[in-house]
Each structure stands twice: as structure tokens, then as C-alpha cells.
Design a protein around this ligand. Structure first.
Ligand code: ADQ
Length: 465
């Protein structure tokens, strides 16, 4: 097949998380499952950590496509996953260089795991297979594949934001980043803002030159940096929300229901959100219906110190706000840390009058889109969305955009949302709904893979030799 013909081979996807059994509905893993179900292919993800890691892959399932795991030992899990990925890359890419905890041993583990994954892919990949790498856990895999002589089309999709140039400079491996990125054919980012940040970072690299809009060349390799905002399976989420089990919330009549649904993470802006709600309670007219704010935020990555800190801070903040405002028959904030089933979450997203999606940094934020899909178009609620969520680029015309650092105007937005007339709510919701259903998860996978399939094949002349 000529080098510039659209690709026909299998799809090989690598992501850190891989379902060991049934694929849970929603989120990234569901998107990958959908893409592979249509196209067939191979999904590779991390096995549970063991005492001894071994090279190669273990088959864990087959059907429309095959699932394999690569092995990882306990020390690598600490270094690669909890360490370099989640204590260096995650804080840095979410504009929190102050939380960066760099240890050389963690980076060594990251390199070891990326190399093992690359060797495993190189063993199974046939020349026309398309390789799609997911997220910040595997920034070096493509580069390793190229040094193993693999010339397949390789794409990366980064689900988290790309940092601004100053923050990138805090990365001890900043000098390696351009080579890692240029090893792909397509680098996919969530937003235009992320593309601008990555382009800015690449400009500092003297070996990288711009070819044309979105296309770059580095040491003979041509690659693209483009944005592909991820979507949701809007149809099935709307259906799940309609069919959700009824939950008894014991709200006062006419009490507005505000809702937040997040993983407990410092990037999600939960403390700022609680404080803005507190400011709203202070400015609320006496006698107006008393709102209830339900925040669902189960813990994640609790082996990392910054995550334990945010949990304590949030609990203190919720306690002190409730202490100041609660009454015998009213608890303003209900902070739920235990896991809530997805169907129940879908039902709550349908019932909520206001959704608070106010991260300090977020690649996209799927909850913003799920809320819109879940709501009743005849009597919809209002989305309060942070400027810093990637979703703001697509949803700014229908949502109430806020700066989560500006407590007073955030509190005013809560008031505006609670009091918004039906006509305006319907208008805003209709705009958002159209976008969420049009640019859904299928649109995202198709547009990314279509671009990757058509990427011109170019390899470093040294690698060809
Ligand atoms: P996450 O940081 O996990 O994902 P997000 O996009 O908000 O963030 O959520 C992923 C999914 O998990 C959603 O389907 C949501 O409903 C579900 N979820 C979140 N909290 C939940 C809870 N408490 N209970 C039940 N379900 C919950 C990363 C990036 C995001 C990016 C996604 C996809 O950080 O910016 O949008 O990948 O690219």
C-alpha cells in the first residue's frame, strides 16, 4: 500500500485503565470500548501490580476485539503511576507546579513501564495497524516505538490540559518533551487553548519548525497538533437519566437543588465552590427557598499526599459552612464521599436545578455535558461552568461562565441560576443540548481516528536506514 493511502489495519489502543470484566458505561473506557467494538482490534492496559513484573502481554478477554494487560510490579506502580504520572505530570499539567513531587526513581519507573509497553506493542503490531496512545501515563511510548523501528501511524490523545510554557519549564524532563511529542503522527488535545500552549512550548525547541497550520516537522518527522474536544454518549446518558431510580432526597418544597459530581481532586475547585455557595447563602434574601447543595466526591489516589490534604480541607470547609447556616430542618451542603451508582448520578443530574462544574483546571469535564443530556428540555436546569474547564470552549454561549477564584461574582451566578426564568433556561439549554448531541463520543472517536488514518507517513531518515 502506498505510504499516503488511508490506513486499513487494526486499531491498537493503550490506556492505563482497562476493565478486567464488564465495561462500565460512560467515561474514557467506554469510549475506547465503543471504538474497538466498531473497528475490531486490541486494547492494552495495566494489570494489577504484582511482586515481579514481566515482559510481554497477558490476554484477559476477547470478543469483538482482544484485551491484554502489561505487567507492573508494586514499586513501579508507586513510581510510574502514583509518582511521576500523578505527582509530577498531573499537578504540572493542572497548573499546580507547587504540588510537584519529583523523585528520580519515579521517573526511572515511568521510563521502564513506557519501554515495556512499547516493546510489547512492537511485538504484536503489524505494519498497517493504527496505534492510539491515551493520556499522560504514556508520553514516551511513541518515542520508544520509533527507536524500536516501528513506522506505524501513532496518535496520542491527552485528556488533561497542556500546561502553559512557564509551567512546562518546571518539568525536569522539559528538554525531552519535543522529541516525545514529535514521535507521534497526531497529537490530539482537548481545546484550542491547549493547542496554543503546546505550540508555544514547541517553539522553544530549535529543532521543531512549523510547516503549516497545525502541522510541524522535527528531524524529518511530520506531525500535527490539533484539538478534538471529547464528547459523551448523549443518547444513552439521556435515557439512563430518564430511567433512573427515584431517590428520596427529603428537600423542602420548592427548595432549589444544586449538584456537583466530581472525583475528589484538587483540580476540581471544590473548596472554592463551597466558599462561593457560602457567599451565596450570605447574600440570599431572607425567606427565599432554602437551597440544598449536594456534592458527590468520592476519594481518588489517596496514596498521594495532596489528595489527603484536599479531602481534609473540604471536610473542614463543609463543616464550618453548615455550622454557620444550618437549621434544625436544613443542611445546606450534603457532601457525599461514598461511591454513588452511575444510574443514581444520572437521575440526580436530571433532577438538579443547577449544576456546579467549576474546576480550577480540567481537560474537558464530562459532567458538564452529562448534565445537559440528562435535563428535561421542557424545564431545564442551569449549568454554571468554570472558564477553566475545557468544556467552556464549546459551552460558553449557553452556560453561566464563572471564574472560580472570584467568590462574589461566582455567588451572583448561583443567584442568577436559581432565579433564571423558564424561557431563558430553555433557550440556553437548547443551544447546549444541540452541541452535546452533535459533538458526542462517536463524533470524537471518528474525527480523531479519521485524522490519524490520513496522517502522511513520514519517518526519520535514520530510522529508515
Ligand atoms: P476525569 O478527571 O475523571 O477525566 P470527568 O470528565 O469529569 O473527569 O469525569 C469522568 C466520568 O466520571 C464522568 O462520566 C462522570 O460522570 C464520572 N464521575 C465523576 N465523578 C463521579 C462521581 N463522584 N460518581 C460517579 N461518577 C462520577 C479526565 C480529565 C477530564 C476529561 C476526561 C475525558 O481530567 O478533563 O473530561 O478525562 O477526557
Amino acid at each position: 500500500m502506498p505510504d499516503d493511502e488511508p490506513h486499513q489495519g487494526r486499531l491498537i489502543v493503550v490506556s492505563n485503565r482497562i476493565p478486567k470484566g464488564d465495561v462500565p458505561a460512560g467515561g474514557l473506557v467506554f469510549a475506547i470500548h465503543e471504538a474497538l467494538t466498531g473497528a475490531g482490534g486490541i486494547w492494552i492496559g495495566a494489570a494489577d501490580p504484582t511482586d515481579q513484573a514481566e515482559d510481554g502481554l497477558t490476554k484477559i478477554g476477547s470478543g469483538d476485539y482482544e484485551r491484554f494487560t502489561f505487567s507492573i510490579n508494586h514499586e513501579e506502580h508507586r513510581g510510574y503511576y502514583l509518582g511521576y504520572a500523578n505527582s509530577v505530570l498531573w499537578p504540572l499539567f493542572h497548573h499546580r507546579p507547587d504540588l510537584l513531587e519529583f523523585h528520580q526513581g519515579d521517573f526511572d519507573a515511568y521510563v521502564a513501564v513506557n519501554r515495556r509497553v512499547a516493546r510489547a506493542i512492537a511485538e504484536i503490531a503489524e505494519p498497517d495497524d493504527l496505534i492510539w496512545v491515551q493520556d499522560y501515563h504514556f508520553l514516551m511510548v511513541a518515542h520508544e516505538l520509533r527507536s524500536l523501528g516501528v513506522t506505524n501511524r501513532i496518535g496520542l490523545f491527552l485528556h488533561i490540559p497542556f500546561p502553559n510554557p512557564n509551567d512546562v519549564m518546571a518539568l525536569p524532563q522539559v528538554a525531552m518533551m519535543p522529541a516525545w511529542m514529535a514521535a507521534h503522527d497526531v497529537v490530539g488535545l482537548q481545546t484550542r487553548r491547549d493547542v496554543i500552549s503546546m505550540v508555544e512550548a514547541m517553539r522553544h525547541d530549535t529543532k521543531t519548525q512549523v510547516l503549516n497550520d497545525g502541522t510541524w516537522i522535527r528531524e524529518g518527522r511530520v506531525f500535527s497538533i490539533l484539538n478534538f474536544p471529547i464528547g459523551i454518549d448523549a443518547e444513552s446518558f439521556a435515557e439512563a437519566a430518564r430511567a433512573a431510580p427515584e431517590v428520596e432526597l427529603q428537600l423542602a418544597p420548592k427548595a432549589p437543588l444544586l449538584l456537583g459530581v466530581d472525583r475528589l481532586d484538587y483540580s476540581k475547585g471544590l473548596v472554592h465552590r463551597f466558599e462561593a455557595f457560602d457567599a451565596y447563602l450570605d447574600m440570599r434574601e431572607q425567606g427565599s427557598p432554602r437551597p440544598t447543595f449536594i456534592q458527590i466526591a468520592p476519594g481518588s489516589r489517596e496514596d498521594v499526599e495532596a489528595y489527603r490534604d484536599i479531602r481534609e480541607k473540604l471536610e473542614r470547609t463543609a463543616g464550618s459552612i453548615n455550622g454557620a447556616h444550618a437549621d434544625l430542618d436544613w443542611t445546606p451542603i450534603r457532601y457525599i464521599r461514598r461511591h454513588v451508582d452511575r444510574e443514581v448520578v444520572a437521575g440526580l443530574l436530571r433532577r438538579a436545578d443547577v449544576a456546579l462544574v467549576t474546576p480550577l483546571a480540567d481537560g474537558m469535564n464530562l459532567v458538564a455535558k452529562e448534565f445537559i443530556a440528562a435535563q428535561d428540555p421542557e424545564d431545564p436546569g442551569v449549568l454554571i461552568l468554570s472558564h477553566f474547564a475545557g468544556a467552556a470552549e464549546q459551552m460558553e454561549s449557553g452556560a453561566l461562565l464563572v471564574n472560580p477564584f472570584d467568590r462574589t461574582s461566582f455567588a451572583r451566578a448561583i443567584s442568577d441560576a436559581i432565579h433564571m426564568p423558564l424561557e431563558e433556561r430553555k433557550e440556553r439549554h437548547a443551544i447546549l443540548r444541540e452541541g452535546v448531541f452533535r459533538e458526542d463520543i462517536k463524533w470524537w472517536t471518528d474525527s480523531y481516528l479519521d485524522r490519524l488514518r490520513r496522517a502522511p507517513r513520514s519517518f526519520d531518515s535514520q530510522l529508515r536506514a
